[in-house]
Design a protein around this ligand. Structure first.
Ligand code: 6PG
Length: 239
């Protein structure tokens, strides 16, 4: 777990993690897959990735960029998770992007994204799962992550990689828990005091309320928490 001063430091930690992992993977494997979260927390990460420091040091041409979730809006809509990343840094680097086509609606967009994931990861069997090199996730104050909201049907999905979500308007498409939990690494980026209670409940109190974010437990991968001081304020020193 990383407890850092503020949102800028959280963004910097995430950028250096991505840079390190991408450089490690780009050699032997020659490719690197990352899924980005939506929301506002990753903005500082994206700004850093646009800076010369990271634009130059990361082997972008070996990188395939996916999303943990997307709102069902056109890509130019200000609510689009793709738009935030694309306009902040992706348009200036040669990474390959795998946009969730939310404008087609939750069902069709989830179906196409599932197909793209299976093709990219070379998945044959209906129960085979993708192994992202890293997935970045945010945390909602209600314990949601990606577009897995408390009580959502999508939480129970056992085999699909991407699921349609109708719990919010506009609808969403989200990676499912199995798709997330088979990643090599999952990194939560969490800032702000309103996240402190749910962060404590998940990290230190065993997630008895079953918040979706607490169900992210990588099967054979690493779970990384990157919090700023406000989000970590209710954690005991030992965490
Ligand atoms: C989304 C995100 C969502 C987000 C959390 C935290 O599409 O909104 O995927 O899961 O990560 O709601 O949002 P903030 O970073 O804005 O607090």
């Amino acid at each position: 777990m990383h407890r850092l001063a503020g949102p800028v430091e959280v963004g910097r930690k995430a950028a250096s993690l991505l840079s390190e992992l991408a450089r490690e993977a780009a050699g032997p494997k020659g490719k690197f897959s990352v899924a980005l979260s939506g929301g506002s927390t990753p903005e500082r990460l994206f700004e850093l990735l646009a800076s010369d420091e990271y634009r130059i040091s990361i082997p972008w041409a070996s990188m395939d960029v996916f999303w943990a979730d997307e709102r069902c809006v056109p890509p130019e809509d200000e609510r689009s998770n793709f738009r935030l990343a694309y306009e902040t840094f992706l348009q200036n680097v040669p990474a390959k992007t795998h946009r969730i086509r939310g404008e087609l609606g939750p069902e069709r967009a989830a179906e196409l994204y599932e197909k793209e994931l299976r093709e990219f990861f070379g998945l044959e069997g209906a129960h085979s799962m993708p192994r992202f090199d890293v997935i970045f996730l945010g945390l909602g104050a209600d314990g949601h992550t990606a577009s897995l909201f408390p009580g959502s049907e999508a939480i129970g999905e056992k085999y699909r990689l991407a699921a349609p979500v109708h719990d919010v308007e506009p609808g969403r498409v989200t990676l499912t828990l199995p798709a997330i939990n088979h990643a090599a690494r999952v990194a939560f980026l969490v800032t702000g005091r309103q996240k402190a209670p749910v962060a404590r409940h998940i990290i230190e109190e065993g997630n008895q309320r079953g918040y979706p974010a607490g169900l992210v437990q990588p099967v054979k991968g690493e779970l990384i928490w990157v919090l700023d001081a406000e989000a970590a304020a209710q954690l005991t020193a030992k965490s």
